[in-house]
Design a binder for this molecule. Structure first.
Ligand code: IPM
Ligand code: MN
Length: 369
């Protein structure tokens, strides 16, 4: 059995961080004797330059045939023209939809050594360990109509928020199942005091909660949730919400951990792969950071932690995933930092490639124990 892994390095710092992450994944394959076949294709701006489209049909087909996808980031000033027909972000939206990647998992764990990197007070963020599950293929991002039009000589624009009960139910079940593996607490976030979509969301959340009596459950309004996340982030275990609210809340939650550069994400699909798990797309949550692209200064840990999620969710290689996570934590404990998290006196500033190498050395050491 051989697993196909689709690699989209993308734009900006994407190739640098994915280069390091890919070596970690290859190491995990070698160590465990699992055969992985890697296929690469351009994505986003890079693909626009080469093929005139952010995602070619061929690249999409390769992705569909794979067990999992490892992705850097897409976009950059070169392709920023809002009037342009071809935008890098369309590649992501199309991949999510075509692959049925309905659940976006964004874990936020504050590592003790990095508490000082957060702009929030140490006593607020110490010990934070939460997970946001964002619905990824519905809501405002995909509802039709979504267009600009001319009405009575005025420009107007419309977007549509649409959710079916099945779309809501499957992501809620996914979140409840995750909560069951963790501290058994789930908060569902909506705007049920105003929006019909949110009222349906809340109704279904309550129905699904009856299937998971062992998980404590509550619904929260998104505006007050935005506040609670900063005021008492430690109280949360798993948070589930719709697409747009999840987009906003996850950037906010990322701030708890200090640097976007550390955080991974997983987008989990409806399809089961040849490994017997759900196919998924794994990417760091940071963007392309064009200002430091090509300088070997980026933080590869978000991409490397995404490899840990890939091993766990799409390949079921839990021991290897744990090894990667432990190695990352130890390297940070030893004081190694990339520029974005260079805090505290007893630290050593390292490059992107050096950080990747340190993690791999740690994996080999830990694995040999
Ligand atoms: C994210 C990003 C994307 C989103 C953009 C780039 C389309 O912000 O993954 O959070 O809004 O989903
Ligand atoms: Mn976002």
């Amino acid at each position: 059995m051989s697993y196909k892994i689709q690699v989209f390095k993308g734009d900006g710092i994407g190739p640098e961080v994915i280069g390091e992450a890919l070596q970690v994944l290859k190491l995990a394959a070698r160590r465990s004797g699992v055969v992985m076949e890697f296929r690469e294709a351009p994505l986003g701006g890079h693909s626009i330059d080469l093929h005139g489209t952010p995602l070619t049909d061929e690249a999409l087909k390769q992705a569909q045939e794979s067990e999992a996808i490892l992705l850097g980031a897409v976009g950059g000033p070169k392709w920023d023209n809002p009037k342009s027909e071809q935008r890098p972000e369309q590649a992501l939206l199309r991949l999510r939809k075509e692959l049925g990647l309905f659940a976006n998992v964004r874990p936020v764990r504050v590592i003790k050594e990095l508490v000082a990197a957060s702009p929030l007070k140490a006593e607020v963020v110490t010990g934070v360990d939460l997970m946001v599950i964002r619905e990824l293929t519905g809501g405002l991002y995909y509802g039709k109509p979504s267009e600009r039009r001319q009405v009575n000589g005025q420009r107007e624009a419309v977007d549509t928020c649409l959710y079916s009960e099945e779309e809501i139910r499957r992501v809620l079940r996914f979140a409840f199942e995750l909560a069951r593996e963790r501290r058994r607490r789930l908060v569902s976030v909506d705007k049920a005091n105003v929006l019909s979509c949110s009222r349906l969301w809340r109704e279904i959340a309550l129905e699904v909660s009856a299937e998971f009596k062992d998980v404590s459950f509550e619904s929260q309004l998104v505006d007050s949730m935005a506040m609670h996340l900063l005021r008492r982030p430690r109280d949360f275990d798993v948070i589930v919400t719709e697409n747009m609210f999840g987009d906003i809340l996850t950037d906010e939650a990322a701030l708890l951990a200090g640097s976007l550069g550390l955080l991974p994400s997983a987008s989990i699909g409806t399809e089961f792969n040849n490994a017997g798990f759900r196919m998924g797309l794994f990417e760091p949550i940071h963007g392309t950071a064009p200002d430091i692209a090509g300088r070997d200064e980026a933080n590869p840990l978000g991409a490397i932690m995404s490899v840990a999620l890939l091993l766990e969710y799409s390949l079921g290689m839990h021991a290897e995933a744990e090894l990667v996570r432990n190695a990352v934590e130890l390297v940070l404990r030893d004081g190694y930092r990339t520029r974005d998290i260079n805090v505290g006196p007893a630290t050593t500033l390292v490059s992107c490639s050096a950080m990747g190498r340190l993690v791999r050395e740690r994996i080999e050491l830990l694995g040999a124990e």
